[in-house]
Each structure stands twice: as structure tokens, then as C-alpha cells.
Design a protein around this ligand. Structure first.
Ligand code: BGC
Length: 359
């Protein structure tokens, strides 16, 4: 049997008329399914410590469900992942107003963000590494963002890791911040267990506290000694159940950006390690960007349809989204997100898989 394959097949049709395809990459024990809508990581099959495979990301079987519930399951989000306060910023002295879709703020590129678009398959190959490149043209003024932007998302499935390379070029000065919005549940998307039992380590000594609308409210706050201290692996549920922390109350759980120790780097560096004790599955996230949004699926609606008859609910999955810090266009103190014409925006993310021995 071929251990490395890459194939594209029809996935389904949206009420608005578009057809959505699904690309499946296989390499040894791993497989990844990617939709042309939103360049969405729809499935990711990884073995446990005994070699038993399970799909460890949340997703839907019907493409329309992605549009009916704006949970961004597995999608590439843009043009600006995370929030921009009031959807307003100024770029080179010019005021810009982008789509506001989350209380008073703009979230993940606005109402019709990149997660809802049909991306074009620009390259599909099984050899030497199964990979697909999807491209999206975003016109000048799209959701209020200046400049005509061409974005691409390349998924490469190696024997022990999935790489997501996000790139963009613009014909005029603009801002950009792209990330992958996978919700992980290492017990398996159909296991029916929430993510409280997962253990997490984050390579960050500080995080960004937020206001009631989830916009950073002040300078980075040290994590040492508190519920945000993931400098050593700790059970995610401890903080969720611990109560009393005003930041966890404001976020309805974890929904915060961590300031990664390594900062922005040309090559991916270690950002986080997530493990699930029962299955032994481990995923490490590596990134070239300076921030990591840790989100515990606080707003996932109960009864959300999943794959193969599974249903999800609050805390059914957790996101580790590497990115530029939230509201950077209004924060000169953060590493910038401006993209000049001729410049290439490039964000590389690695998801590395392994397993832990049992206790
Ligand atoms: C945000 C959450 C938001 C979620 C949408 C996350 O990246 O931080 O606040 O609810 O995306 O599913």
C-alpha cells in the first residue's frame, strides 16, 4: 500500500451554491483532510500510544454547518486573526474601518472572513511529501482592509508532523495576521470527553490581560504562580475549575494571548505542548510568530454537530492559535503587522505528533 498519498474529492455543496472539495493527505499513520472552504483543516488522524488512530480535531461533515455556526473549526482565519478594537486603526496616517462582528470589535477578519471563502487548489502532490497549496484573492477594500491581497495556505504532512505555511502579498500597504484555528481534542473528536483533562505547557512568561470585550487591557502580565502559569505542564481543567481569577471570569475560561518567550523568529520555535493522559497523544505547536492565543472553546454551543454523528459542546476542544498579538494595529509597542507592497508575509506553524508512555 502507498504510504504517501494526496487526493482531492468533492465534499459537498453550500446553500449559496458553491461546491466545496476536500483534499486528503496521507503519510504513514497520519492523515489530514483540508477543505477548499476556508483552507479548513477538517480532519487530522493521529495514533495513540498503542497505535490506535483517532481524529483529533473538531469539524463538520456538511460544509453548510461551517457557515451556520461561526465557530471557525479548523479554518484559516484572516485577514486579521483575533480582534481589532472597534474595527478601527490608522495605517500610515490613513484611518481604516473594518467589519465589526464581535460586540464592538472586529474578529477574525469580519463577518465574511477568509474562513468562509472558497480557496483555489494551486498545487497538490504526494511526493516527496504529501502537500496541498490553496490560494485566495482578496480584493482591495475586502471587509474594509486596504490593498489587494493574495494569500496562500500550504499544508505539508510529514511522517511525524503537519506543517502549515501561510503567506500573503499585497499591492498596497496593509495589515495581515493569518493563523490556523484548529480545535484539538486529543482523546478524539468523537470521544465525548471535554478538554479539562488535557495537560498543557506554553513557552511564555507573560500573557495579555483583556477587558470585557476581549481586547488587551494593559501591558503583559507575568504568569508566575497564577492560573496562567503553563511554564510547566499542568492540567487545563485546574484553572477552569479553580475559579476566582478575574481574567478567567472575563474570558469565560481561557481566551488569552500568551507572549511567547522566543518572539518573532525566521524559523519556527517551540510554543506549546498539549498532551492527553489516557490516549498518550501529544501535539507540540511551533511557530514563527510572537503570540499564542489559548482558547478553551468557551463559546462552543452544546449540541453542535460534529463528524460521524458526534456532537460537541462547551470545552469540547481547545485552540492554540499562533499569531501576531491582538489589536496590534493600535499597539505600537507590539511587533508590527504592517505588510508593504513587495514584501512577503510568511507564518510557519508546525504541529508535531508523538505519544507519552502511560503512567
Ligand atoms: C477567540 C474567541 C472566539 C473564537 C471563535 C478565538 O480565536 O479568541 O474569543 O470566540 O475564536 O470561535
Amino acid at each position: 500500500m502507498e504510504t504517501r498519498t494526496a487526493e482531492c474529492r468533492p465534499f459537498g455543496q453550500l446553500k449559496r451554491g458553491d461546491s466545496v472539495d476536500c483534499i486528503t493527505l496521507r503519510n504513514g499513520a497520519l492523515s489530514a483532510s483540508i477543505l477548499t472552504m476556508g483552507a479548513t483543516l477538517q480532519g487530522l488522524v493521529v495514533p495513540d500510544r498503542a497505535g490506535e488512530p483517532a481524529d483529533i480535531v473538531l469539524g463538520h461533515d456538511d460544509p453548510q454547518v461551517y457557515l451556520d455556526h461561526a465557530c471557525y473549526l479548523g479554518s484559516v482565519v484572516g485577514r486579521y486573526a483575533n480582534r481589532i478594537a472597534g474595527g478601527r486603526f490608522s495605517l500610515d496616517g490613513q484611518p481604516c474601518q473594518v467589519d465589526v462582528n464581535n460586540g464592538p470589535n472586529s474578529l477574525h477578519g469580519g463577518t465574511g472572513g477568509f474562513h468562509q471563502r472558497i480557496w483555489q487548489v494551486a498545487g497538490l502532490t504526494a511526493d516527496p511529501v504529501p502537500q496541498v497549496t490553496l490560494c485566495l484573492d482578496s480584493p482591495d477594500g475586502d471587509q474594509g482592509f486596504p490593498g489587494q491581497l493574495r494569500a496562500s495556505a500550504t499544508y505539508r504532512l510529514h511522517e511525524d508532523r503537519l506543517e502549515l505555511l501561510l503567506e500573503a502579498v499585497s499591492n498596497a500597504p496593509t495589515i495581515v495576521n493569518l493563523t490556523g484555528h484548529a480545535y484539538f481534542n486529543l482523546a478524539g473528536q468523537a470521544a465525548g470527553r471535554d478538554i479539562s483533562g488535557h495537560h498543557l505547557e506554553i513557552a511564555a512568561d507573560s500573557f495579555l490581560p483583556v477587558d470585557a470585550t476581549a481586547i488587551p487591557s494593559g501591558p503583559p502580565q507575568p504568569v508566575a504562580g497564577g492560573w496562567f502559569d503553563f511554564t510547566r505542564p499542568r492540567r487545563v481543567g485546574a484553572g477552569l475549575e479553580g475559579g476566582g481569577d478575574p481574567q478567567l471570569a472575563l474570558g469565560h475560561g481561557y481566551d488569552h494571548d500568551f507572549v511567547l518567550r522566543a518572539g518573532r523568529q525566521p524559523e519556527p520555535t517551540f510554543a506549546a505542548r498539549l498532551s492527553e493522559p489516557e490516549s498518550g497523544r501529544v501535539v507540540e505547536v511551533w511557530t514563527t510568530e510572537p503570540g499564542l492565543q489559548f482558547y478553551t472553546g468557551n463559546f462552543l454551543p452544546d449540541g453542535l454537530p460534529g463528524k460521524g454523528g458526534a456532537t460537541y459542546g462547551r470545552r469540547g476542544g481547545l485552540c492554540l492559535e499562533p499569531q501576531t498579538h491582538p489589536d496590534t494595529p493600535n499597539r505600537p509597542e507590539f511587533p508590527p503587522c504592517r505588510l508593504a507592497p513587495g514584501q512577503i508575509y510568511r507564518h510557519r506553524i508546525l504541529y508535531r505528533f508523538s505519544s507519552d508512555a502511560g503512567a
